[in-house]
Write a protein that binds this ligand. Sequence first.
Ligand code: KMH
Ligand code: ZN
Length: 311
Amino acid sequence: MAVKSHKRIITCAITGAIHTPTMSPYLPITPEEIAQNAIDAANAGAASVHIHARNPENGMSTPDLNIFREIVTRIKAQNKEVLICLTTGGGVGQTVDQRVAVVPEFQPDLATMNAGSLNWGLFPLAEKIKEFKYAWEYDFLSQSKGGIFQNTFESMEKILKAMYDNGTKPELEIYDVSNLYNLAYLVQAGIARKPIFLQFVTGILGGINSTPYDIMNLHTTADRLFGRDEYQWSVIGAGRTEFPVATMGLMLGSHVRVGMEDNLYLSRKVLARNNAELVEKMVRIMREFDYEPATPGEAREILDCPARKLL
Ligand code: KMH
Ligand code: ZN
């Protein structure tokens, strides 16, 4: 039986590769912190957890498979149900081969596939922070002015092939309307396979904004390109737009992503102390409108994503 439409998937993106340690003392850095945040987020109502790894010494993004293994092992030891979505976006300076390596290594339930290149502009943040905890943070933020998050057709094809070869469902990250056209080409060429799962990433400098017009533009373009019944979608609003965008998405039929990868604040000027607090707030908003968070089992059904062994 199809899962009822009031059930919506909450994905929690635990740490990412964008926020830096100075921005919040609560940002999970070590494998223990990342795994514990993921377990608590799942207990709070997240059906899926999206994972990046960081160097525990300095908080930098890392493609180190041993660190990913420690995180995944710790999560699985306490929660066998939650869907695990590993990043193939990785972090600045990582090659496509390094980014994709998590897929054959862990054969996760889900992995991200970024559907286009962008000049991800974090540089305005560099000047707002007076004192950094680690020297790399300022350079990382300021150098984003001239950096490209590279996702060419060649690399998208490579990443998608790795996922289909390993039974991993792609979570397709859409930063702008053009990414939907990239994806339509990939579907038509048989490189991406329906039914697809789209994640609309809004509010990043270099990508689309997070106004209602932008969400509608992405949604109606996806309807036109893929057919309304042939895709599932979820929304992200970066920074303070996290909860307004999620609420708009719910009304329009989307699933939602929250978490400290995308937003560090629970409310204005109040830092979230952990990811579970962000999930709890999302659940409260959902319930005000009579939506319910989907369980991991329901999420697998909705996304057509059978359970994976994962370790
Ligand atoms: N950083 C997010 C906004 C990835 O990990 O591949 C998008 C993301 C991409 O989660
Ligand atoms: Zn990510």
